[in-house]
Ligand binder design. Structure first.
Ligand SMILES: *[C@@H]1O[C@H](CO)[C@@H](O)[C@H](O)[C@H]1NC(C)=O
Ligand SMILES: CC(=O)N[C@H]1CO[C@H](CO)[C@@H](O)[C@@H]1O
Length: 731
């Protein structure tokens, strides 16, 4: 078909109903202004609490504005893969390097890691053009052993996937789905048995904590661990397990070449800062440039397996588009999860960010880089500035590997992963991932955009990558503490969207970034609103307009409008009502605990007082916990200051509401007239009590291990009661 030649490889469409959405946004903004006006014209009764609420309302207003910028211009992308193959198949499809990062074999089991590796080796793409790199920041010989096993298993798995068009290509995920798909492929039993045997061997090694002596002595490759002294102190360990130049070892059982497979544990020394995942990624960028040097790089976390073997072709439709391709630095996929429950108790799906907000950022040319499931242009990631004349010749690839033999290649590449390599270079500053921020990915994306590049958000129906979602409340809160703290750092960094790179980043996108960057600060207004109105309700003092006053209207409009809007948004994109309620609860919990701690930590850090440790959220769980997760029962189970705050706030509001209801009953009709002035406060307090139901359950009603510990029950009850009593005395 010749006519395909002139068409674009991808298409961008605007969301339907954008006009109504905008009209609604404007009306909401007007209502918000009226609320501000109300506070300005009614100041001073009682002075301080009203001032605090006013400050909170101003902040909510701004934060709402930021969130609107991410809804103003939603766009969706579609690719045309047939056009891509008509134009480029066989001649000039570029190579792709795939980075998988793992950091701890105890938290990220090697069997999960190799499932991810195998899934990305199986892309429907010429195998000689794919290179997979595993970065192991723990330098664990067990992970290496698992990868070695995977390289052998791949010789059966890849042809099997190809022949029977197996989907998804992660063996574990595929064998899990088997009971649905009826006609079993032949050879299935054989391949499955190979997998199960391999799994047992790897899990045995993991249980043992080391690789058995026989295996070690039978394979010279383990000799690199002879000089290993600890996770934080070892040489670079680099092994090319499969490579197209290695003609007899790197073919599958059908005689076809396999993708290149490389294991890397960069050098670590106690006296050098390793810069966490950003440091690992930068080592990978350099090492891969010496081995395969593909112009496109995919990076995934070790738990995100590929769920669609066409993804590489999809993203090439963006990069290789004649008209717009050259300005795209990266294509971000959403981070999706395999293990979500129906109503997503913990808001794990990050539903609104991935289904709405990133599409909105895309509308301004710049979805955030979220650290995984992202395809990069190597040039942009390595620090090249965009200029309008920039074009890439996809055909012209220099193959470093051709002349040298593999051992030489390994030796040369090792030098690139030394700790001293980055001294006095721009790595971490202007090249590669940027250092010094808890969300190194986001700041890297921002700095790439500030060099003039665009990025694209691609969120197809069938998800490209699926990972494992955290399954306890604490894991999520800790994760969000880190994220919000990192985002807050960005606001005051050199890359702050407030002032960085004037002229290159659009205002809408800046506001979008600020929406995320200001997460930590929203903790203060949320706290204000969860404490002050209830406290004054307890003491019978109104803080909001009367129900019969005209000023009541903007409050009602904003509250109803925002609730209905967010519910509809949730339902349109495929959520459930219960899911929306859960998401709202998580917003509240994150706001009053994670964001608050992130805020405080940042202030401390600002004055040089503390250093927050990097925490990885754990991804394995025991049977009990996973059963409760599947039943959507909230998992507390531990004592944490984060929970103390949540429980204290929940109880405090419960006491305020109970005391008010008691008064209402006792006072009867007369009382009701007084409370007419306090309808909003009663509703707010009632809402807080309703949404906190899982906490009351965890405190008083549940008996299982996932309940809140009794020490915490005592602590939070005491705190909440004292707050009530003290307020009675002082107000
Ligand atoms: C994952 O891929 C399978 C096909 O292999 C598909 O049926 C499923 O819908 C995908 N999952 C998601 C969440 O898109
Ligand atoms: C789809 C999927 O992988 N589901 C898994 C979710 O996690 C539970 C354990 O909690 C597994 O049993 C499921 O297979």
């Amino acid at each position: 078909m010749k006519s395909g030649e002139h068409f674009s490889l991808f298409e961008t469409t605007r969301v339907r109903g954008w006009f109504i959405r905008r009209v609604f946004s404007i009306s909401m903004f007007v209502a918000i202004c009226f609320i501000w006006l109300f506070r300005l014209s009614h100041k001073g009764h009682p002075y301080w609490p009203c001032l605090a609420l006013f400050a909170a309302e101003i902040w909510f207003g701004f934060s709402w504005l930021f969130s609107q910028s991410l809804r103003w211009n939603l766009i969706f992308r579609k690719t045309f893969k047939t056009r891509l193959s008509q134009r480029y198949e066989d001649k000039s499809l570029p190579s792709v390097d795939i980075f998988v990062c793992t950091a701890d074999p105890d938290i990220e089991p090697p069997i999960m890691v190799i499932n991810t590796v195998l899934s990305v080796m199986c892309y429907d793409y010429p195998a000689e053009k794919i290179s997979v790199y595993l970065s192991d920041d723990a330098a664990s010989d067990i992970t290496f052993y698992a990868l070695l096993e995977a390289s052998t298993f791949a010789k059966h798995w890849l042809p099997f996937c190809k022949r029977f068009n197996v989907q998804p290509t992660s063996p574990a995920a595929y064998f899990n789905t088997l009971h649905h798909s009826k006609p079993y492929p032949q050879n299935l039993e054989l391949v499955k048995k190979l997998y199960e045997d391999m799994k047992i061997r790897i899990e045995d090694a993991a249980k043992l904590g080391r690789v058995a002596k026989e295996i070690r002595s039978n394979n010279h490759r383990f000799s690199q661990w002879d000089s290993y002294s600890s996770r934080r102190d070892h040489d670079t360990i680099l092994q090319i397990l499969l490579h197209k130049n290695d003609k007899h070892n790197s073919k599958d059982v059908d005689g076809f070449i396999l993708p290149t497979l490389v294991y890397l544990a960069r050098e670590k020394r106690p006296q050098y800062h390793h810069n966490f995942k950003a440091g690992a990624m930068n080592a990978l960028i350099r090492v891969s440039s010496n081995i395969s040097n593909a112009k496109v790089i995919l990076n995934v976390d070790c738990d995100m397996y590929s769920n669609n073997s066409q993804s590489v072709r999809d993203i090439l439709c963006f990069f290789m588009d004649d008209e717009k391709g050259h300005e795209i630095a990266y294509v971000q996929y959403p981070q999706n999860f395999q293990n979500l429950t129906k109503n997503d108790l913990y808001g794990n799906a990050m539903f609104i960010p991935s289904e709405v907000e990133l599409h909105g950022a895309d509308g301004y040319g710049g979805p955030l880089y979220i650290g995984t499931c992202c395809f990069h242009r190597r040039d942009a990631l390595s620090g090249k500035k965009y200029d309008s004349g920039y074009r890439i010749d996809w055909k012209n690839e220099i193959d470093h590997a051709i002349e040298s033999n593999l051992q030489e290649l390994e030796e040369k590449s090792k030098a690139l992963a030394r700790c001293t390599y980055e001294e006095n270079t721009l790595w971490g500053k202007k090249m590669g991932l940027r250092y010094g921020c808890l969300v190194e990915d986001v700041i890297t994306g921002l700095s790439i955009q500030s060099q003039g590049w665009k990025s694209v958000y691609y969120n197809p129906m069938r998800k490209g990558f699926l990972g494992v979602a955290p399954t306890t409340l604490l894991q999520i809160l800790v994760q969000h503490k880190r994220w919000s703290e990192g985002h807050f750092q960005i606001m005051f960094s050199n890359y702050s969207p407030l002032w960085h790179a004037p002229g290159t980043i659009k205002l809408g996108l800046r506001m979008g970034y600020l929406h995320f960057n200001s997460w930590a600060t929203t903790s203060l207004p949320i706290l204000c609103y969860s404490i002050i109105p209830s406290l004054y309700l307890l003491n019978g003092i109104p803080l909001f307009p009367k129900i019969c006053s005209l000023w009541f209207i903007p409050f009602a409009y904003v509250i109803l409008g925002e609730s209905i809007y967010s519910l509809v948004e949730f339902l349109i994109f495929g959520g459930t009502i219960q899911g929306w309620w859960n998401d709202l609860r998580m917003w509240l919990y994150k706001g009053t605990s994670s964001y608050l701690f992130a805020f405080i930590d940042n202030i401390f850090k600002f004055f040089g007082l503390s250093d927050s440790p990097f925490t990885i959220t754990t991804k394995i769980m025991d049977e009990d916990v996973s059963q409760r997760y599947e039943k959507e029962v909230m998992e507390f189970g531990a004592s944490s200051p984060l929970f103390t705050i949540l429980a204290t706030l929940a109880l405090f509001n419960l006491f305020c509401l109970l005391s008010t209801l008691k008064d209402l009953l006792v006072l009867g009709e007369n009382g009701f007239r007084d409370y007419e002035e306090m309808v909003l406060q009663i509703l707010l307090c009632g809402f807080l009590v309703l949404i906190n139901f899982p906490i009351y359950q965890g405190l008083f009603l549940r008996k299982d291990k996932g309940r809140l510990p009794s020490s915490l029950v005592i602590k939070s009850t005491t705190l909440a009661l004292s707050a009530c009593i003290i307020s009675k005395i002082f107000i």
